[in-house]
Design a protein around this ligand. Structure first.
Ligand code: OSB
Ligand code: MG
Length: 371
């Protein structure tokens, strides 16, 4: 399939959040995002999202850096250049180091374009096999344990399959204990977002007695060595998030037993193709994966849903509906979670959801046309 991008439109979007999301690295009260629209010579369009955070406290990238990298580095490489598939697209972008959120925005848009041109769903293009994916909620740090218990109760009643709570030193064992005491043996996990070190071994030894499904990214994002040391002392599987940027990272982490599970976020690893490669290497090594999120709008979430249909996505995804965090969405028929905690994987070509151009316009705070 020959593709050539004639025009890239960059939108910095800001939809008001209806609730803050508190993690060990900071509080997210505003979540601007980057939407790209690409147009080819036949007028076919693709949309993608680069869902970096507004600050460099999760990964070095930010929303503004993502805008800049697309404008000054990705667009000059890609515009009017012919390429045949996603592999060649990513090879063209490979001189740009990291900046995975920016690459993901473009890569997503090309997947959507390809899906329309080939008249095949994203799921089929990727080789997905699951028609629906299980979903859990990621619950931010709250002021009180009571508030946390209420949220767990509400989401469980709505069908969400597992509960993930954000932890930080001082907000870990007591919350886990309170949830276990109240809800018994539910599917429960914690996410440390790199807030701990090996000096906190006592905390992990205690968490290890609560039968958690996994402990997500307890230690530094650049330290798979210490994660391997920690994993050796724990029964609870460690899941890596921030430490994994590529299939190569996954291979290395698996080879030293730094984790037993990997959270794959397309935005963090540079798109769906790299996500699939990580999925494959994990599958070959008996390491289960699941789809994480970056509080994307319905556009970014659509790509996450598609890739999560691959067979080795065996744990529930962080796929809360967009309206849990935002006052509005950029697609008209946003996904919903059913009573059993499943989200349907679209079967139609393209994004699978209808883009709401009027909403994109309404929430755009900066627009750049590149051609
Ligand atoms: O560590 O998984 C994380 C959100 C922003 C940054 C990091 C993380 C998260 C989440 C939210 O946990 C998951 C979602 O998008 O629903
Ligand atoms: Mg995480």
């Amino acid at each position: 399939m020959h593709m050539k991008i004639k025009q890239i439109t960059l939108y910095k979007i800001e939809i008001p959040m209806i609730t803050s999301f508190i993690t060990s690295f900071g509080t997210i009260t505003k979540k601007p995002t980057v939407i790209v629209k690409i147009t080819d010579e036949e007028g076919i369009e693709g949309y993608g999202e680069g869902a970096a955070l507004p600050f460099p406290f999760y990964k070095p990238d930010t929303t503004d850096i993502t805008m800049l990298v697309i404008k000054d580095y990705i667009a000059p490489i890609l515009l009017h250049k012919e390429f045949s598939d996603i592999e060649t697209l990513m090879a063209l972008l490979s001189p740009i180091k990291n900046h995975h959120f920016a690459k993901t925005a473009i890569e997503n848009a090309v997947w959507m374009m390809l899906s329309l041109k080939e008249n095949k769903s994203l799921k089929d293009l990727l080789g997905g096999q699951q028609n629906k994916i299980g979903v859990g909620e990621s619950i931010g740090i709250k002021d009180t344990i009571e508030e946390t218990l209420e949220e767990v109760q509400l989401r469980r009643a709505q069908g969400f399959q597992r509960t993930k709570i954000k932890i930080k030193p001082g907000w870990d064992i007591t919350v886990v204990k309170a949830i276990r005491d109240t809800f018994g043996d539910i599917d429960l996990m914690v996410d440390g977002n790199s807030a701990y070190t090996l000096n906190d071994l006592k905390i992990f030894k205690s968490l290890d007695t609560y039968n958690l499904t996994m402990i997500e990214q307890p230690l530094a994002d650049d330290d798979i060595i210490d994660h391997a040391v920690l994993q050796k002392t724990l029964k609870t599987p460690i899941c890596l998030d921030e430490s994994i940027h590529s299939a190569e990272d996954a291979r290395k982490a698996i080879s030293i037993n730094a984790c037993k599970i990997i959270n794959i976020k397309p935005g963090r690893v540079g798109g769906l193709l790299e996500s699939k490669k990580i999925h494959d290497i994990c599958q070959e090594n008996g390491v289960g994966v699941w789809c994480g999120g970056m509080l994307e709008t319905g556009i970014g979430r659509a790509f996450n849903i598609a890739v999560a249909s691959l067979p080795n996505y065996i744990y529930p995804a962080d796929m809360s509906p967009v309206n849990l965090f935002y006052a509005d969405d950029l697609v008209k028929n946003s996904f919903t979670v059913d009573d059993n905690g499943f989200v349907d994987v679209p079967e139609n070509p393209g994004l699978g959801f209808e883009i709401d151009r009027q909403r994109i316009k309404q929430y755009t705070v900066e627009k750049i046309l590149l051609q």
